[in-house]
Design a protein around this ligand. Structure first.
Ligand code: DC
Length: 220
């Protein structure tokens, strides 16, 4: 039987790093659902997108061909044949992605793709609504949290390592705003599934989080 692990939580709680390492250690497929929302956001931004223009969003969704190419245990992302794996991490996408992710048509478009991908293999799937909506039957559900100030610092540091000088307080504001939009939208908001285990990563190193999660995985 295939095994499926769902990891949800707010931006910057460590989901991506932890999910990627966990998937590597277990030799499972890593599914980053946020990357798919980011890819659509990137595409919409190229087309002067307006979040409240639903007719435009529907039209853009019809034009878009989102393709994931498996590379070892994760994916490269292509939109209409163009690779966007790196471009979707730009601050411009950070600023708009929550607005795109609250559009029901967008969520519906991506949900099926995410579920299909996650069920295709043993997998670690990471997002906001995996344990509640995308994979409610997951074998293990984790809800990762951390203080907003710590999450903002981690993001600031990550960008600095990449040579990008950014304003810590602007990042903190963006994180708070995304938390608010993601948690309060009507369609599949960010929330802990009833059967998910809460892990606070505020004072934990990545290795400690990974080991905590590994100890929860029951292998056949
Ligand atoms: O994990 P991330 O920061 O790459 O996610 C980007 C945005 O996508 C985030 O603000 C909320 C949204 N998202 C979502 O609504 N549902 C998911 N399953 C994954 C991400």
């Amino acid at each position: 039987m295939k095994k499926h692990i769902a990891i949800d939580g707010p931006a910057g709680a460590g989901k991506s790093t932890v999910a990627r390492i966990l998937a590597e250690r277990l030799e499972y497929l890593y599914v980053d659902t946020g990357a798919m929302y980011r890819a659509l956001t990137w595409y919409f931004l190229q087309h002067n997108f307006q979040a409240d223009n639903f007719a435009q969003v529907r039209k853009l969704l019809k034009q878009v061909d989102l393709r994931l190419e498996r590379e070892q245990n994760c994916h490269r992302i292509f939109l209409n044949q163009q690779e966007v794996t790196k471009a979707i991490r730009e601050p411009m996408v950070d600023q708009h992605v929550s607005l795109v992710a609250k559009i029901p048509e967008v969520r519906q478009y991506l949900r099926g793709k995410q579920r299909e991908l996650a069920l295709s293999s043993n997998s670690v799937t990471e997002g906001r609504d995996i344990g509640t909506v995308v994979l409610p039957e997951a074998d293990l559900k984790i809800f990762l949290v951390a203080l907003p100030e710590i999450r903002a610092f981690r993001r600031w540091w990550e960008l600095k390592q990449k040579g990008l000088e950014t304003d810590y307080f602007a990042i903190l504001d963006n994180i708070r705003e995304r938390d608010f939009i993601d948690s309060n939208r009507e369609d599949s908001p960010l929330k802990q599934a009833e059967d998910a285990i809460l892990v606070d990563t505020s004072s934990l190193k990545i290795e400690e989080v990974v080991n905590t999660l590994l100890s929860m995985v029951v292998e056949d």
